[in-house]
Design a protein around this ligand. Structure first.
Ligand code: HEM
Ligand SMILES: [Cu+2]
Length: 658
């Protein structure tokens, strides 16, 4: 790539300089803090190399929240730009193009997906009574591919320039001719590296759930979140290889002048669109099904009832996952596939509303006559039902192919997908994080601040996105960076921007709550901190934060809602007659190093610097060899050590209570 050195670092804009300086200062600050408090070794030994599912889950969540901040700042900048007609804020269209591209890509790939994978990591092994996932090494590798893939994508902001062809990267817009510069290469390689890890996660959880359930936990006794994890993992295995191939083909087009998706030389731009959405639609179910699982857990816990229609729920999820592969053309009804094709996809899309409706009624029936406690996770779950339904209903409106000619590429669509992605996925990420917070950190987040955050966020969300339906019907196209006073879109846009900032403030309250709770909230001592309402096995561990082997004795499952049943029968799952040796995996630094080489190799490819790309490839290969020849059989935690730890936990509890 002919790139002058003065083009290498992005320059010219006060924003970008401010961003660069803040990145530099933050990095220096982190290095200073770690060095000053002598925490490097701790970071490496306890976290970076950890194969513990709970710690990996926490790292996923932290990284996703950081990415949420980045993409959220993007969102605020766009909403500021659109607040009034002919706004000079972002200067020119190019910046707006870059910002909606990075916002959309980061939100989907580096926030929604990994956030939910983080919660799966925290909860699923505990829910099925396992000591870890099936492949702990692979789990660590998954996390680091996500992390370094995200880093590669994000440095485009300061080095070389950000991608600007939309999160869907349609060809020929994303080709060298129309998107010169390295930005789109960052997109391709950042997503490619991350995608490998996501695929590995899918495989890991399928095997974990099928092979590692506690005795007595038949498939139809699994908690609903575990079910959604399993089915989501199957969708990942079906969908992510498509993305891998499509990204590779576009990478070849851009780096080595192949003609898969070009306009000339027999290429087919529509092939990209098809492949992208063949992955893209299942992807939206990857980020919504776990959300359904989280809300099912929260609703049953705080309504103190079994899930209504458990079996129909399982079948509904399975049906949705099957249908999710049969609807992709609804993203491009207007591209001329013809009435037969459009009709098929129109009907298959509407069919998804049926199992989804089943689920909504199941949740409502679970609430009916429940003894409802309006805890913070529960209010998120209750808020989810009506708000998500608005997103679902407008989805059915969009599914009508003929009518879609009217809505297509307007703010009606923008509003629709934010209603499902925010009221579904993001609500669930917050709700799940708050719900399982005691399992991660041994204390509850403050409830008063939590309620403030919920109301501000929920109202702000509606203020932001509800007006956009009407902007869309009034013809305001998506992806425009400004409009004229004559267009008549000022009022609703302004309201929308106000709502966006309300959500921003709500998020700040969340961050403050983390700090506040860490300082002032009481520590949880029992493993069942939500007023003894816990129903599933994650609440059956001996302490709030489970010991690293999760269960000293693997619980035996007698029915659905296994832990609830034990409490009914007066069984203490931690009553142990005889302690046993426990076999656990060892930590490993190999994946981290391998992924650093992926980052280096990806960086080399972005700039066509082949020697650097080759160094990356060799590094990856050496790490693989090292792993293949290492004989690591894990370690044994002896019965004696387990006894000491468990007795220590009990003593601590007695101390706190007495
Ligand atoms: C804090 C709340 C959010 C606000 C205020 C917001 C705002 C926006 C805006 C203004 C656009 C550009 C619309 C256009 O010009 O076409 C956009 C696009 C988009 N947003 Fe959001 N957003 C938010 C949260 C999210 C979340 C949580 C997700 C996903 C999990 C998401 C996914 C997307 C996607 C995929 C696009 C399309 C990007 C493209 O056109 O390539 N957003 N958002
Ligand atoms: Cu779709």
């Amino acid at each position: 790539m002919n790139l002058d050195w003065d083009e290498f670092i992005v320059t010219g804009e006060p924003f970008i300089h401010a961003g660069q300086i803040s990145i530099l200062l933050t990095t220096l600050g982190i290095i200073f803090v770690l060095t000053y408090f002598k925490k490097w070794k701790w970071l490496w030994k306890e976290w970076v190399t950890s194969v513990d599912h709970r710690k990996i889950g926490i790292m996923y969540i932290i990284a996703s929240v950081l990415m949420l901040i980045r993409a959220g700042v993007d969102a605020m900048m766009m909403r500021t730009q659109l607040a009034v007609p002919e706004m000079p804020f972002l200067g020119e269209a190019q910046h707006y193009n870059e910002i909606f591209t990075t916002h959309g890509t980061i939100m989907i790939i580096f926030v929604a997906t990994p956030f939910l994978i983080g919660l799966m990591n925290v909860a699923t092994p505990l829910q099925i009574g396992a000591r870890d996932v099936a492949f702990p090494f692979l789990n660590n590798l998954s996390f680091w591919t996500f992390f370094w893939g995200a880093m590669l994508f994000n440095i485009s902001f300061v080095i070389g320039g950000a991608p600007d062809a939309g999160w869907s990267a349609y060809m020929p817009l994303a080709s060298n001719d129309l998107s010169p510069g390295p930005g789109q290469n960052f997109y391709l390689l950042g997503l490619q590296i991350t995608g490998i890890g996501t695929l590995a996660t899918g495989i890991n959880f399928v095997v974990t759930i099928l092979k590692m359930r506690a005795k007595g936990m038949t498939l139809m006794r699994m908690p609903m979140f575990t079910w959604t994890t399993l089915i989501t993992s199957l969708i990942i295995i079906g969908a992510f290889p498509i993305l891998t191939v499509a990204l590779a083909m576009q990478t070849f087009d851009r780096l080595w002048d192949t003609a898969f998706f070009t306009l000339q030389d027999g290429g087919m731009p529509m092939m990209w669109v098809n492949l992208f959405w063949l992955w893209g639609h299942p992807e939206v179910y990857i980020v919504i099904l776990p959300a359904f699982g989280i809300f099912s857990e929260i609703i049953t816990t705080f309504a103190r009832k079994r899930l209504f229609g458990y079996t129909s729920m399982v079948f509904a999820i399975a049906a949705i996952s099957g249908l999710s592969f049969l609807v992709w053309v609804h993203h491009f009804f207007t591209m001329g596939a013809g009435p037969m094709v459009n009709s098929f996809f129109s009907i298959s899309t509407m069919a998804i509303a049926i199992p989804t409706g089943v689920k909504i009624f199941n949740w409502l029936a679970t609430l009916h006559r429940g003894r409802i406690q309006f805890s913070v996770p529960m209010v998120w779950a209750l808020g989810f039902i009506p708000n998500f339904t608005i997103g679902g209903v407008t989805g059915v409106m969009l599914a009508m192919a003929a009518a879609d000619y009217q809505y297509h590429n307007t703010y009606f669509l923008v509003s629709h997908f934010h209603y499902v992605l925010i009221a579904g996925t993001i609500f669930a990420c917050f709700a799940g994080t708050i719900y399982w917070w005691p399992k991660m950190f041994g204390l509850k987040l403050n409830a008063r601040l939590g309620h403030w955050m919920f109301w501000l966020f929920m109202i702000g969300f509606n203020v932001c996105f509800f007006p956009q339906y009407f902007l869309g019907l009034d013809g305001m196209p998506r992806r425009i960076y400004t409009y004229f006073p004559e267009d008549g879109w000022f009022g609703l846009n302004f309201i929308s921007t106000v709502g966006a900032f309300m959500m921003g403030i709500a998020f700040v309250i969340f961050v403050y709550n983390i700090y506040y709770s860490y300082r002032y909230q009481p520590r949880e001592t029992t493993g069942d901190p939500w007023g003894g309402r816990g129903r599933t096995l994650e609440w059956a561990t001996s302490s709030a934060v489970p010991p690293h082997y999760n269960f000293a004795k693997i619980p035996e499952v007698k029915g659905q809602d296994a832990f609830w049943q034990m409490k009914q029968d007066g069984i203490d799952p931690n009553e142990i007659v005889e302690y046993q040796d426990i076999h656990m995996p060892n930590n490993t630094g190999n994946p981290f190093i391998m992924c650093v080489f992926m980052f280096i190799g990806g960086f080399g490819l972005v700039f066509h610097w082949w020697p650097i790309a080759i160094i990356g490839a060799i590094g990856i290969f050496i790490c693989m060899i090292q792993r293949s020849f290492s004989r690591d059989n894990g370690h044994i935690v002896s019965a004696e050590e387990v006894r000491k730890e468990e007795e220590g936990i009990r003593e601590g509890q007695a101390h706190e209570n007495g």
